[in-house]
Ligand binder design. Structure first.
Ligand SMILES: Nc1ncnc2c1ncn2[C@@H]1O[C@H](COP(=O)(O)OP(=O)(O)O)[C@@H](O)[C@H]1O
Ligand SMILES: [Mg+2]
Length: 449
């Protein structure tokens, strides 16, 4: 009898052949194969999970597209790609082109469908070749009895087993297959004897102390579990790594560390981030999910994208105006041609010019993107200092013992012109709460006045 994983693969192949359009419940598959109503991290193992729960067909998200790259290639090209979510078309007739060794930043306005697009790729709703393993990080590690290190290692062991299985299957089919070499390299790079040391190294980079590494994930906050999930993704180094706003929950130090780490990611990375610096420093390509629901590709990071797009738009506007002037001029001639036979003939041939232009597709006008408007009413100036902290110390339990104190003898003044950036390791946010409480008090004080 065929093994369970082989059965799954065969069933998957059959499902793929029976339909080019695959519809799946949004992010319903989970890493451990248990169905869940909440979003969980997904990877290719999860995406190929054919348990009943994960197969629950829903019409929430629909994607289709045609694979036009070679099935065994390391690059992926899918054309005529469309994606809908809850009946709303987010991407229409676009091309997905992801080349091996590239790091792509995905940009687009809020709600344009970036997260949905990543989730759809992770769930393999388009024909991504089987040998391209996909891992999406969009949710924290699930709360369980494993500590951070064991959580990362467990996933790495599963990955080694998966790769070994793939090698075994390929050897039985064709022992000359070019992807074997990549698989051997990946198994060697994972190297089980260094799991412990490398998992701790990654977690340390993401801000974990020794104590924190030994904590069970069920005793961690969401922010820390997000870091565990991130460490797991980085450890496995999938062929296609999808990161949805990975810097959320990271403090500045960890963000800087992650940036350095991802800069050298030499497989395919596709990430969404709201930080221009992060995109600039990590990505060498930018994909813009446009208001017209297309995926446009630009070389370079975010700043280059903004510059190139602005230049292209200036040129497009020039071409548009020139063409519109030409059309207006011709139309004017046609309107004034009257009934003289030779002028009518000329008018007809001029009309043909316009018809030709229209048939070839007119230059489109550059539409200004919708903008957000914020309005702050002018307020009366308060004399400085608006908030003053003198010698403020804080501990949760009220103790003055230095080891319990989060801050000691803090002097800080905030006035109307202050613009403050607060940086520091996790835990510093308490200071914001402290400031916020003072602001609320100040608000009531002002109201009373
Ligand atoms: N639970 C939901 N029900 C209905 N529509 C949703 C739901 N979640 C998201 N959407 C729609 O999907 C669109 C794309 O969302 P999303 O992929 O999260 O955008 P982005 O990540 O680019 O901000 C949104 O504009 C919204 O209209
Ligand atoms: Mg999003």
């Amino acid at each position: 009898m065929a093994s369970v994983s082989k059965q799954k693969r065969m069933a998957k192949k059959a499902a793929k052949n029976s339909s080019a359009t695959v519809t799946k419940a949004a992010a319903e598959s989970t890493i451990n194969g248990k169905g869940s109503t909440t979003k969980k991290e997904t990877n290719s193992t999860a995406a190929t999970d054919l348990s009943l729960d994960s197969l629950k067909i829903s019409n929430e998200r629909t994607a289709n597209g045609v694979l036009t790259s070679q099935t065994r290639a390391k690059d992926v090209k899918i054309e005529q790609y469309s994606l809908s979510f809850h009946g709303r078309v987010l991407i229409e007739n676009a091309t997905i082109e992801l080349n091996f060794g590239r790091r792509y930043g995905l940009v687009g306005h809020n709600g344009s469908g970036k997260s949905t697009f990543l989730a759809s790729l992770a769930a393999r709703e388009v024909p991504i070749p089987d040998h391209i393993d996909v891992y999406l990080l969009n949710q924290e590690a699930d709360p369980c009895d494993l500590n951070a290190i064991d959580y990362v290692i467990r996933a790495a062991k599963e990955e080694v087993a998966r790769l070994e299985k793939e090698v075994e299957d390929l050897l039985t089919e064709n022992d000359e297959d070019p992807s074997l070499e990549d698989l051997y390299d990946r198994i060697a790079a994972l190297d089980e004897s260094t799991f412990q040391a490398r998992a701790s190294g990654l977690l340390y980079g993401l801000g974990f102390s020794q104590d924190m590494m030994a904590k069970k994930t069920k005793d961690m906050s969401g922010g820390w579990r997000m870091r565990v999930a991130l460490a797991k993704a980085l450890f496995i180094r999938p062929t296609l790594l999808l990161l949805d706003e990975p810097t959320n929950h990271l403090d500045l130090e960890a963000c800087v560390w992650l940036e350095e780490y991802l800069k050298t990611y030499n497989r395919i990375l596709l990430l969404v981030s709201h930080s221009q610096d992060f995109l600039d420093n990590v990505c060498d390509q930018t994909i813009h999910l446009t208001e017209k629901k297309k995926l446009n590709y630009y070389g370079g990071g975010y700043s280059t994208f903004v510059k190139t797009k602005a230049e292209l738009e200036v040129n497009q506007m020039k071409a548009y105006n020139k063409q519109q002037d030409e059309i207006a001029h011709i139309k004017k001639f046609i309107a004034s041609a009257g009934t003289y036979a030779n002028l009518v003939r000329q008018a007809k041939s001029k009309q043909k010019i316009i018809d030709k232009m229209e048939a070839a597709g007119l230059v489109e006008k550059v539409e200004a993107p919708s903008t957000f408007k914020f309005k702050f009413s002018d307020v009366e100036k308060l004399p400085p200092p608006v908030l003053q902290f003198d010698q403020v110390s804080f501990s949760y339990n009220g103790s003055t013992n230095p080891k319990d104190l989060l801050y000691k003898d803090l002097d800080l003044a905030v006035d109307m012109d202050s613009r403050i950036a607060l940086v520091g390791p996790n835990g510093t946010y308490l200071l914001i709460m402290l400031l916020f409480e003072c602001l609320i008090e100040l608000f009531f004080y002002c109201r009373r006045r």
